[in-house]
Design a protein around this ligand. Sequence first.
Ligand SMILES: CC(C)(COP(=O)(O)OP(=O)(O)OC[C@H]1O[C@@H](n2cnc3c(N)ncnc32)[C@H](O)[C@@H]1OP(=O)(O)O)[C@@H](O)C(=O)NCCC(=O)NCCS
Length: 158
Amino acid sequence: MGQVFAFAEIEDEEEMQNLLAETGMSLAGEAVEHVLLKDGSKIMAVGRVIELDDGFFHLLVLAVAKEERGNGIGEQLISKLSEFPWQYCRESLGIPGGLYRITTVAKGQAVTFYKKCGYEVCDFSLLMPPFDQQCEACPDKTACSPQAMVFSGAISQN
Ligand SMILES: CC(C)(COP(=O)(O)OP(=O)(O)OC[C@H]1O[C@@H](n2cnc3c(N)ncnc32)[C@H](O)[C@@H]1OP(=O)(O)O)[C@@H](O)C(=O)NCCC(=O)NCCS
């Protein structure tokens, strides 16, 4: 079986939790709101994007199974989410009119990855609430060195 991008199903929840826990992360909401990159029945990567307003998306979580990292899997999933974010939000407002934006908060160690995937460093003030303040009270802030990032997309008019 080949690789498939699809919304998670309830049966995927435990494997998703284990994958995220490997990096000290957890589910960002209900399991079925996440998107998976699967190879056969194996979950290779997990991500979740939400739409905050028309054309304003936010990537809440992205992680690749530990043993699969460094093989282009993360780039495959984020490219899909970044190119068609409205398709990968359970509650989408539909296809944006023209330009759209996806923000995220990257751990310092992941900034190079995001840049390679078309994201740019930005100021936290560009993020919509509550994400603009999300790291303020975090005890891990110094060690994590979080960075606000943005992807600017455009819908082809053809
Ligand atoms: C960050 C993460 C999603 C990257 O996924 P991945 O599948 O390992 O990355 P890819 O193989 O698709 O890498 C794509 C490019 O980014 C680069 N890259 C990936 N991780 C990197 C890192 N930590 N530092 C520098 N460059 C990195 C790769 O070298 C590759 O560059 P290339 O195209 O020039 O070869 C993955 O390592 C992960 O899940 N980490 C733990 C969770 C995490 O930090 N998530 C991000 C939350 S902020």
